[in-house]
Design a binder for this molecule. Structure first.
Ligand SMILES: CCCCCCCCCCCCC/C=C/C(=O)SCCNC(=O)CCNC(=O)[C@H](O)C(C)(C)COP(=O)(O)OP(=O)(O)OC[C@H]1O[C@@H](n2cnc3c(N)ncnc32)[C@H](O)[C@@H]1OP(=O)(O)O
Length: 657
């Protein structure tokens, strides 16, 4: 969460020209001719509007119009290739039957799928001899024609057409011969033959898949390709599971973690919901078709404690992951849309009265520890020697942050380093030379994604800077709500790009200006200064200095202070109405109807415009709208219809005062 306006107006597409004129930065700068035009997924609409000269690799032109997947990741190839892949990245039941991406021409082998998507590879035959899929009347009605080699290597003739019928209740598929089909992790199989790119994603490591799936030869991003696993009686694999759970260990399951259950065999119904499950891992409610599908795969969920099938779980055991008890979450007044609903996420839980519970997630470069009782996670960078922001690091960063974002138990994140003396050395320089154009685009997209996710996070973010933090490392700290630095004068922080002979991108600069002000930013950027800790504190680049050994405690204390603010527990709401471009409060608990809601550029109690717009846009499905953040008000730019919205009471009270 941010307390000041993010430097977005320069590039955010607007609904009205009047809004554009009110922005602090001119449209020329947003023309998008540079490699870091931002954000990439905005470029499409803007290019349509204004004939932008944005490089093709940044244009998500090939994004499937039927897809709700984020078009952010990876360079896009041209045309229907991507369209088809894009569609196939979606849960099929969510796709319209008319989606052209579902229709694969009869006779065209799914040749590319194995290579591109990492799925559809036959068990015994070679890629390209796989089954051919003909689109049927609906997304689930596919005729499968087997072509390939039998186990002895003989070529087989096309087999009779098989029709697959889904059985959502069982989570399995039935062919027209009454045989059960199953996903074997690589695709839909029948009798050991892979007959189609099934909906069961194949477990593999996250970061590389999420990158390669958008145009490379590697596997596609798996997340979102499946329904919630819990609906099939298995583990929940949907990152945006409404219950807040991450995945079923599909992507980054640590070594030694229990293997997924074997796929059902032919003629044998797959395991249904008969096996008693951990109350923590109750089946997820169906994922709404309007839910955004994350481009990221989940990361591991904790294994269930063993439950004997003979001993049913205690019926009264409250699910610590479920809804908060009624006394903790009073129902909103009639007509009030909880903000969580507006954001499409569950409300965060207040600190749990249960004994402290800690969860730790670790991948290669970032260690995440979540203290559920405090609702605070710590992300420790552990990518020696200097925590440089490589593509892998950035990908892991985004995955970890998104996981926490979707975890209702987590309300704040402390970013720090596990590498002595270094917070982060900034962007990995080796990623910026000697690589392909596609790699540069991918890397740069990841940098932007990292910044966007951190800046727009609705968690409290505190940077505990326990070492030097040049350039991109400084950006991470700047993007947090609060910065505490170890008071070691050997540690320095700043945007030193000028010393490298390069220019800090404008959004680096804007973030810097937001924190230190124009004049200080100007001279610091011109000189490429790295400010020793005491100086950094003096110019306001960091909020406070503490001895290094007290850094963690101080960060925790600051976090508690922030989390103690009202509205953070998701318990108080106000109703606002969008009228004439302003948000007007139309009533709420303790809030007078008609009071005007406005948000100062300095923020209100830690709330800020970006999040408000996020909520509003999510509630109205008005993604095309932008919010002007100039001056002291936040309003919609143009075409938001009057609607009742919910914003935290804190915001409304402060704005109405
Ligand atoms: C810059 C490339 C230009 C390409 C052109 C592209 C143009 C378009 C892109 C525009 C991008 C603009 C935005 C840029 C943002 C950035 O973040 S750029 C990176 C800026 N970072 C730095 O300048 C940090 C430089 N490093 C240091 O100052 C020091 O290394 C340190 C972090 C203070 C640590 O010092 P120390 O403990 O003494 O360790 P070292 O011995 O110096 O380093 C150890 C090894 O780490 C390697 N390394 C250091 N920094 C980086 C890095 N950023 N990326 C990759 N690797 C790094 C260093 O080389 C050492 O490696 P070895 O020699 O192999 O041991």
């Amino acid at each position: 969460m941010r307390c000041c306006s993010p430097p977005r107006p320069a590039w955010v597409p607007t609904c009205s020209s009047s809004t554009r004129s009110r922005r602090s930065t001119g449209p020329a700068r947003a023309a998008g001719t540079g490699a870091w035009d931002w954000p990439p997924w905005r470029s499409r609409s803007r290019s349509r509007q204004r004939g932008s000269t944005i490089p093709a690799m940044l244009l998500p032109d090939a994004v499937c119009p039927h897809s709700t997947a984020s078009p952010r990741l990876g360079p896009r190839a041209a045309g229907d290739e991507v369209h088809r892949r894009c569609c196939r990245g979606q849960p099929r039941e969510l796709l319209p039957a008319s989606c052209p991406g579902m229709a694969v021409p009869l006779g065209e082998p799914e040749r590319g799928r194995a290579g591109r998507a990492g799925q559809g590879r036959t068990e015994r035959g070679s890629a390209g001899q796989d089954g051919m899929v003909q689109g049927g009347a609906g997304p689930w009605d596919h005729r499968i024609i087997k072509v390939g080699k039998d186990p002895q290597g003989h070529r087989v003739q096309p087999a009779p057409t098989t029709t697959i019928t889904p059985n959502p209740e069982q989570g399995a598929w039935l062919n027209n011969k009454g045989a059960w089909l199953s996903g074997n992790g690589r695709g839909l199989t029948e009798g050991g033959w892979l007959i189609g790119g099934g909906p069961t994603p194949r477990p593999r490591r996250v970061p590389l898949t999420s990158r390669a799936g958008n145009g490379g030869s590697g596997p596609r991003p798996l997340h979102g390709a499946d329904r919630c696993g819990a609906q099939r009686g298995g583990a929940c694999s949907a990152l945006l599971c409404p219950r807040g759970w991450g995945g079923g260990g599909l992507a980054t399951a640590p070594r030694g973690s229990p293997s997924p259950p074997p796929p059902a065999r032919r003629g044998v119904p797959p395991p249904g919901p008969r096996v008693p499950r951990c109350p923590l891992h109750a089946p997820c409610p169906p994922v709404s078709p309007t839910s955004p599908v994350s481009p990221y795969p989940p990361y591991p969920r904790p294994p269930c404690p063993p439950i004997s099938p003979h001993i049913p779980p205690p019926p009264q055991t409250p699910c610590p992951r479920g809804a908060a008890p009624p006394h903790l979450t009073p129902p909103p007044p009639p007509g009030v849309l909880p903000l969580s609903q507006a954001w499409g996420r569950a409300p965060r839980l207040p600190p749990s009265p249960l004994p402290a519970q800690r969860r730790a997630f670790s991948n290669n470069k970032i260690l995440v520890e979540l203290d559920e009782s405090a609702g605070v996670a710590t992300m420790k960078f552990k990518s020696p020697p200097v925590n440089s922001l490589s593509l892998d690091f950035l990908t892991e960063f985004c995955i970890s942050l998104e996981k926490l974002e979707n975890d209702r138990a987590c309300r704040g994140v402390i970013l720090t380093s596990a590498v002595p003396k270094i917070f982060s050395s900034g962007l990995d320089i080796t990623e910026m030379c000697g690589k392909s154009t596609e790699h540069y685009a991918e890397f740069w997209r990841a940098v932007q994604e990292m910044w966007l996710r951190l800046y727009s996070s609705n968690m409290v973010t505190v940077a505990a800077v326990n070492g030097s933090s040049p350039a991109g490392g400084c950006l991470i700290a700047l993007t947090c709500d609060y910065r505490i630095m170890a008071e070691n004068p050997k540690f320095s922080i700043g945007l030193n790009e000028a010393q490298l002979g390069i220019v800090a991108p404008f959004w680096f600069k804007d973030t810097f200006v937001n924190v230190v002000g124009h004049r200080v930013a100007e001279s610091s950027l011109q000189l490429g200064s790295l400010h020793p800790a005491p100086e950094a504190h003096r110019i306001g680049l960091v909020d406070e200095l503490v001895p290094e050994e007290k850094l963690k405690d101080r960060a925790t204390a600051v976090m508690q202070q922030w989390l103690a603010l009202p509205g953070k527990g998701g318990t108080s709401w106000a109703v606002t109405e969008c009228r004439n471009g302003d948000l007007t409060c139309v009533g709420g608990p303790g809030i007078e109807a008609g009071s005007c809601v406005s948000v100062g550029t300095g923020g209100v109690g830690g709330w800020e415009v970006g999040k408000l717009s996020k909520a509003v846009r999510a509630a109205l499905g008005c993604e095309g709208c932008a919010w002007h953040t100039a001056g002291r008000s936040a309003g919609c730019a143009g075409r938001l219809p009057p609607a009742q919205l919910a914003v935290p009471a804190l915001l409304s009270r402060a704005g109405g005062a």
